[in-house]
Design a protein around this ligand. Sequence first.
Ligand code: ZN
Length: 451
Amino acid sequence: MAATRIWIKNPLAIFTANNLDAAGGLVIEDGVISELLKAGQQPSQPCDQTFDAREHVVLPGLINTHHHFYQTLTRAWGPVVNQPLFPWLKTLYPVWARLTPEKLALASKVALAELLLSGCSTAADHHYLFPGGLENAIDVQVEAVRELGMRAMLTRGSMSLGEADGGLPPQQTVQQGEVILADSQRLIQQYHQRGDGAQIQIALAPCSPFSVTQEIMRQSAELAEELDVRLHTHLAETLDEEDFCLQRFGLRTVDYLDSVGWLSSRTWLAHGIHFNPDEIVRLGAAGTGICHCPSSNMRLASGICPTLDLEAAGAPIGLGVDGSASNDASNMILEARQALYIQRLRYGAEKITPELVLGWASKGSAKLLGRSDIGELAVGKQADLGFFKLDELRFSGSHDPISALLLCGADKADRMMVGGQWRVIDGQIEGLDVAKLIADHRQAAKELIAG
Ligand SMILES: [Zn+2]
């Protein structure tokens, strides 16, 4: 059977995340981009379908590189609305410890649906809670990703340093090293797909310096090397964390990272705020990726990531919405707007452009996840596309369509395509009853807080 060829024709505007011109649109064949067209150019071969994109701004499907899906159950919870990271965590841990497979399934679906509707086609999640009964948390998440038809980098997180041993999390939320490593190995063997077009990938992700042992950091790095998967953790998010590292390990955060074998291009870090100039050089030389999480960093008053310095040193930059207890939205296109504005406060208006930030949210994020098949529009890349309309009141009177997306505050995609398949049409996710999902999720959130 001949492949289906689709022409995405004459978009209102298109951002390729590279220097290629696709003003006339692009052709998709078997879920992969087979041709980019200049203005007025026709596809080289006849197409079976044509989608007229004259009303759409087209972007590569955005890629979220840090989240905690389960936290959608604890958004805007009164007791932590005005707390910084450490007290915020200590107040939330006992609530999170009550998570169940059913609640995680609902939370993951909500987060993924929200991301998809905001232009995101690939999402990373950092799940580190495995209380009794929730040993199969990642398996639950795999199901949710498949249901939504998105791509995901699910990270097998972990916590192994409880309060009794000087860590931050309560003892009932930590696991033994052997259990963590055995489950990590199982998940990689069972689910990790390699090569172009992968839908599910697994990475290893001990939670943070104050919640895991040095041993599990080292062992995770060794296992990741052996099985060739990526490494992820939180680092240099707050000064409290820096103090913790100095007191417990006698090391600053990057020295700590180096000491456990993580200073490499296999690693991407969430936040990466409190680095000195020497540490920025070392992270850049190693090619360690940094996921910038602007909303969360403002919400918890953690600080501002030195993105341009890191990038200049050689560290790739991507974007993440972070967990929903600290954002509290999972909206990828709005996160790009937040990045634009907070980074302008640090580096000025001339250097931080909408194109730069959209590049972080697409091509930069793909680099963090170790993927070269997504994140930009070019021949041979996956047909993961976001389509935004500029027909709402907020866009009226705007001129440059790409800038308008961020400056006027676009918050939802009209259509989404993942691997050549339409997943969102007219702002609706194919095959998902959103009203029912909200009702069930809301109930689960109430139960979780009630205990
Ligand atoms: Zn996080």
